[in-house]
Write a protein that binds this ligand. Structure first.
Ligand code: SF4
Ligand code: SF4
Length: 228
């Protein structure tokens, strides 16, 4: 899932300072699961902003609503009237959700209520950890299913580096060395030969280095055209 955190209230207050009618727009998927921007969090943020604006002597009309997924226009269309009626929309979806609203409703001013952090998973109650950096050319099949791009501080393809000590990364005593995890995993699976194969430089052209990426499925596009 995409993991995000709510921005400090003062920052959000600054973003909406000029607006009177504010809509806090939640998202019912990833940011609901990480307790950052679902129905409950959107409601709490709306109440906080309403109260804060009263205390500041400039009461605002702050409402909230939540869609199943902000990153799909069909869900946004269901609340189009609420979006258009607001002076400003505070999206508490991830950065994709914010931009989906912007692209669908270009006449509306939209600001982010969250800081989108990473793709990860909950490892215990209240803890989320990064697991994938969306590099576009997955190598988990070589590393025992443990990602050195997201989990090694140096993104090494041939590790560990000389800084690994007792299974811990040199950048933090709290951080397990990703390559130690890979070694242990491959050893437990009798696949240690994989770690001795020198990996060539990665194809970073499929990562962010070439600018925004795009995937096109011609079969799906043609099927949609045929049904029109
Ligand atoms: S190798 Fe790339 S795609 Fe695979 S988990 Fe790591 S960052 Fe994600
Ligand atoms: S100690 Fe391990 S995780 Fe840390 S930078 Fe070196 S190889 Fe990567």
């Amino acid at each position: 899932m995409i993991v995000a955190e709510q921005k400090p209230l003062d920052e959000i207050k600054g973003l909406i300072a000029e607006a009177e009618k504010v809509l806090v727009l939640g998202c019912g998927t990833c940011v609901t699961v990480c307790f950052a921007g679902g129905e409950k969090e959107a409601g709490i943020l709306a109440t906080s902003l309403r109260m804060a604006s009263k205390i500041d002597g400039q009461p605002k009309d702050v409402t909230h609503t939540t869609v199943q997924r902000q990153c799909e226009w069909e869900y946004l269309d269901a609340v189009a009237d609420q979006i258009r009626e607001a002076d400003i929309v505070v999206s508490v979806g991830c950065g994709i959700g914010v931009q989906a609203v912007v692209e669908r409703f270009p006449e509306v001013w939209v600001v982010p209520g969250l800081n989108t952090s990473f793709m990860g998973l909950p490892t215990e109650q209240g803890v989320w950890e990064e697991r994938c950096a969306a590099c576009g050319s997955c190598i988990l099949g070589l590393t025992g299913g443990i990602c050195p791009i997201a989990r090694c501080a140096k993104q090494l393809l041939n590790g560990p580096c000389g800084g690994s000590q007792n299974g811990v990364c040199e950048i933090s005593k709290e951080l397990p060395c990703a390559w130690q995890l890979i070694y242990d995993r491959l050893k437990s699976q009798n696949r240690l030969h994989l770690i001795t194969q020198i990996q060539p430089p990665k194809d970073w052209s499929k990562s962010r280095d070439g600018g925004p990426r795009r995937i096109t499925r011609e079969d799906l596009r043609l099927a949609a055209e045929a049904s029109e």
